[in-house]
Design a binder for this molecule. Structure first.
Ligand SMILES: NC(=O)c1ccc[n+]([C@@H]2O[C@H](COP(=O)([O-])OP(=O)(O)OC[C@H]3O[C@@H](n4cnc5c(N)ncnc54)[C@H](OP(=O)(O)O)[C@@H]3O)[C@@H](O)[C@H]2O)c1
Length: 250
């Protein structure tokens, strides 16, 4: 298995990248923060290496895929995890924030897929995109509108790729709450949030029942991604949902 994991310097992408390598895959770990990727590659073992890439920069995506494909000898799987989720009510979101969110969460996925497509076509490989329960399984969460709109766009993007390229298996992986692992493997998704606003909105999310109060384990996440990519293009898994089971009543 020759895999590329984008967004592997932090949180879920890092867990998936190191986890796949520890299960025997050869993995290119990609993101912007190279020092963190180098640490992840060390943790992952001999079969992983770090490649710096900014998914909002087309030249960077092409160069990173070309370098990885050469080093891996081809690509069997692309896993796309980058996303940003600015916490703000829609009325307070400026154009620059909208653009940055679309560039990272949607455009980056399109550019990485275009660059990887010839390799995935040759290997009859798989492409997996991390989406969110907040974009498809609940009404939009107040304060996360920009994130949710881009995840909904990502979901359609995955469908559109599938229609044009049936020889590659495209999977939308809908993920529920997951804190990731420890250290750099912990999610950094909320690091930039205004904590006062987060507390205010968090009360609404809990009251509406959007937050299950339970989390997906890293092992389950890696196991799911490993299963999807090992299926290859002969298995169709258009959507996989990985949500925590509601806590059992006491
Ligand atoms: N955590 C959850 O509970 C949860 C729930 C549902 C879905 N998800 C999805 O899971 C994915 C990962 O989330 P997370 O919680 O692990 O977030 P995270 O810790 O913030 O990780 C985001 C990753 O994306 C990378 N990234 C951001 N901008 C980039 C860019 N321009 N170019 C390249 N890489 C970029 C970051 O690396 P650099 O900054 O080093 O570039 C980092 O590795 C996201 O798609 C998120 O929507 C998470």
């Amino acid at each position: 298995m020759r895999a590329i994991v984008v967004g592997a310097s932090s949180g879920l992408g890092r867990c998936i990248g190191t986890g796949l390598a520890q299960r025997g895959a050869h993995v290119a770990l990609m993101a912007r923060r190279k020092a963190r990727l180098d640490d992840a590659a060390k943790e992952a073992g001999d079969t992983a290496f770090a490649i710096e890439c900014d998914v909002t920069d087309e030249e960077s995506t092409k160069a990173a895929i070309a370098q990885s494909a050469e080093r891996l000898g081809g690509i069997d799987a692309l896993i796309y995890a980058p996303a940003i989720g600015p916490l703000a009510r829609l009325a307070d979101i400026d154009a620059a924030t909208w653009r940055r969110t679309f560039d990272t969460n949607v455009m980056g996925a399109a550019l990485m897929t275009s660059a990887a497509l010839p390799h995935l076509t040759e290997s009859h490989g798989t492409a997996v995109y991390l989406s969110s329960v907040s974009a498809s399984m609940t009404p939009p969460w107040p304060g996360l509108g920009a994130y949710i709109v881009t995840k909904a766009a990502l979901d359609k993007l995955v469908e559109a790729w599938r229609v044009e390229h049936p020889d590659v298996a495209f999977t939308r992986l809908i993920v529920g709450d997951c804190t990731g692992g420890e250290g750099d493997s912990m999610t950094g998704f909320a690091n930039d949030w205004d904590m006062e606003l987060a507390a205010e909105l968090g009360t609404i999310w809990v009251a509406k029942g959007y937050i299950a109060g339970a989390f997906i384990s890293v092992d389950d996440l890696v196991h799911a991604v490993d299963g999807i990519v090992r299926g290859g293009a002969s298995v169709s898994m258009p959507t996989v949902t990985l949500a925590p089971r509601p806590l059992a009543p006491s």
